[in-house]
Design a protein around this ligand. Structure first.
Ligand code: ADP
Ligand code: MG
Length: 614
């Protein structure tokens, strides 16, 4: 039989390799930005059109390339960054494999213009599908400009795989944030479809954070600074009160390269134990400077994972550094969120439906005679506003607690937990039958058993349903005495503008003022006007993650996000009336037993279950 093995031509090999390096426009952006950083640039411009589909261009003022390097850089394994194997153990550049440009050139039309500082003329190279189509001398500024046109022009499968522009653009933005946060010494600008999204000036890390996220971020962090033989840790960790429910603002860098390292992230989060409520995560922007020989370099250039030789020590050091930074804060607030340890019920069995406990009640008894006074909570969520919200088939004027009774009352079920007539209040309790445990759970005894409600989740559910009903039921809005201006990064401002109709439907009155600023003149009752910027920032973060997770139902995700913002939180002390109101409103909801995020809002432990426990 004749020989059958062929060596693949470079063009095919490169195209295959390209799949690993460039899977979407954002990865090409990453490679080009990193090359510009490696070239020592102090000014870098990123220009994209159609989310990188038609054009990705990076212009830098770095060292440039010679005429022959400008051709050679497109060859595989063409790199100026390592010469011998020893160099591998001392790498501080972003790239070193010489794969990126070869891969990009295999799947796009590339135009390179570059000039070295000591040359009068630069050079202009056109490369298409890995073939040099032409090279001419050209007068151009010092540095390099690489334009990638029609990415995946010869790989239709890959092209068809791309998501819609807004998603691809948000991936590019994420790459841009990672690179710009790691290189504060450098000016960056970013244009998308001719519009400037970011214009970042060289400065320190905190200034860079503020340029990217808005000047209000200036107040949100504690600095971290630790230096020992193993590692130097520098950067900022978020103040606990600015913790969020999404991980969007967690940036860890090693030697100025963005990495993902779940264990080290946990180390930082552990420093916040007891300082932030469950499910909230802190923001952080930290760089670890480590001797490159202590890091396993054998990781793929596009991957963000990294291995450390001294992982355990790093974990301990990082947690200690974060704790120290949180220092004073920890002392003053540790007690507040510490849930009671004696209160540890095992969850009810899977598939448990809260309707099961059955109670009867005295239909003539009206605990709302006289009705209890309602008082808004001091923070977040305004309980009194919910009186006005009709729910489904429930009559408008029926006291909410009465509807809670109905929730448990099943006409066709036996009165298993008969309520003694002389104690009617134990069903609906406007008396002292609510207890707040761990500043988080509302507990009530009733003849049906023990009801435990998670105050935050319950509040999220109540507000969520109220918002979802808002097209037919106008949300109570309040006009602000002094309108509040909120400013966003240019990219966020675009996204925020898209959200305006939905926000208006939820009771906000907002107008665009230009320059990425919006003026808010009315807000739904229950929104804390002091925290508007924070609330909107969180909503934008939610919106972006919803976009990345392909949520289609915008309304739903907005209402979820808003409910989370407006809900009262764990840690908020409640009085009897407030607890009564929450429980009553919760049972008016269509889905009282789950939060809008799918978590249980309540458990009812009936006598049988209590029997098993004790
Ligand atoms: P790597 O970065 O791994 O070396 P690349 O394919 O990204 O590989 O780039 C190949 C080479 O081209 C680099 O090593 C560098 O010498 C040169 N190069 C790429 N981009 C630039 C740039 N913006 N300025 C100067 N030289 C560059
Ligand atoms: Mg590179």
């Amino acid at each position: 039989m004749s020989d059958i093995i062929n060596i693949l031509p470079d063009s095919v090999a490169n195209q295959i390799a390209a799949g690993e390096v460039v899977d979407r426009p954002a990865s090409a952006v990453k490679e080009l930005l990193e090359n510009a950083i490696d070239a020592g640039a102090s000014q870098i411009q990123l220009i994209v059109k159609d989310a990188g589909r038609t054009l990705i261009q990076v212009i830098d003022n770095g060292c440039g390339m010679s005429d022959s390097d400008a051709r050679l850089c497109f060859e595989r394994h063409a790199t100026s960054k390592i010469k011998q194997s020893d160099d591998l153990f001392n790498i501080l550049t972003m790239g070193f494999r010489g794969e990126a440009l070869a891969s990009i050139a295999a799947i796009a039309q590339v135009e390179l213009k570059t000039r070295q500082p000591d040359k009068e003329l630069g050079t202009h190279v056109i490369n298409e599908g890995c073939q040099i189509k032409g090279q001419t001398p050209e007068a151009c500024p010092v540095g390099t400009s690489i334009a990638i046109k029609n990415l995946f022009f010869n790989v239709p499968a890959r092209r068809n795989f791309l998501k819609k522009d807004s998603i691809e653009l948000s991936h590019i933005e994420e790459v841009f944030r990672r690179v710009t946060l790691a290189n504060c010494q450098c000016d960056f600008s970013f244009y998308s479809n001719g519009k400037m999204l970011y214009d970042l000036r060289a400065g320190n890390l905190l200034q860079r954070i503020c340029q990217l996220y808005g000047s209000n971020y200036n107040e949100r962090f504690f600095p971290v600074k630790e230096d020992n033989e193993l590692v130097a840790v520098n950067g900022y960790i978020g103040k606990p009160e600015y913790a969020k429910k999404s991980r969007g603002e967690q940036y860890l860098f090693v030697n100025n390269r963005f990495i993902k390292h779940p264990a080290l992230s946990t180390a930082i989060e552990k420093a916040y134990t007891d300082l932030i409520p469950d499910r909230y995560v802190p923001s952080y922007f930290l760089n670890l400077s480590i001797d490159p020989s202590r890091i396993d370099i054998n990781i793929h250039p596009t991957k963000t994972e990294v291995k450390f030789i001294d992982e355990h020590a790093l974990f301990a050091l990082l947690r200690a550094a974060a704790k120290k930074a949180l220092g004073q804060y920890t002392l003053s607030t540790a007690i507040e969120f510490n849930p009671s340890e004696e209160f540890d019920f095992s969850p009810p069995p899977e598939g448990y439906i809260p309707q099961q406990p059955r109670i009867s009640y005295n239909p003539d008894y009206n605990p709302f005679n006289p009705p209890p006074s309602t008082k808004p909570f001091s923070g977040g969520y305004n309980a009194s506003s919910h009186h006005d919200t009709p729910k489904g088939s429930t009559p408008h004027d029926e006291p909410p607690s009465r509807r809670w009774e109905n929730f448990f009352d099943q006409e066709d079920t036996p009165n298993q937990y008969e309520l003694p007539q002389q104690q009617p209040s134990s069903t609906i309790s406007t008396d002292n039958h609510y207890l707040q445990v761990g500043l988080r759970w509302i507990v009530s005894t009733m003849n049906a058993g023990l009801l435990i409600v998670d105050q935050q989740r319950a509040s999220e559910r109540i507000i969520y349903e109220q918002l979802m009903n808002s097209p037919s039921v106008p949300i109570n809005a309040q006009h602000l005495l002094f309108p509040i201006n909120c400013t966003f990064s240019p990219a966020d401002a675009d996204l925020f503008a898209e959200m305006l109709p939905d926000l208006r439907q939820c009771g906000f009155e907002i107008d665009a003022l230009g320059h990425n600023t919006f003026v808010v003149s009315a807000i739904p009752t229950g929104i804390n006007d002091q925290q508007l910027q924070l609330i909107f920032d969180q909503m934008l973060a939610d919106r972006k993650s919803a976009m990345l997770q392909k949520f289609t139902d915008r309304d739903q995700s907005l209402c979820r996000s808003l409910s989370r913002q407006m809900a009262l939180r764990a840690g908020q002390p409640l009085n009897e009336e407030e607890m009564n109101k929450i429980v009553a409103d919760l049972f008016c909801c269509q889905v009282p037993n789950l939060s809008p995020f799918g978590q249980k809002t309540l458990v009812v432990l009936n006598s049988d279950q209590l029997n098993k426990l004790l």
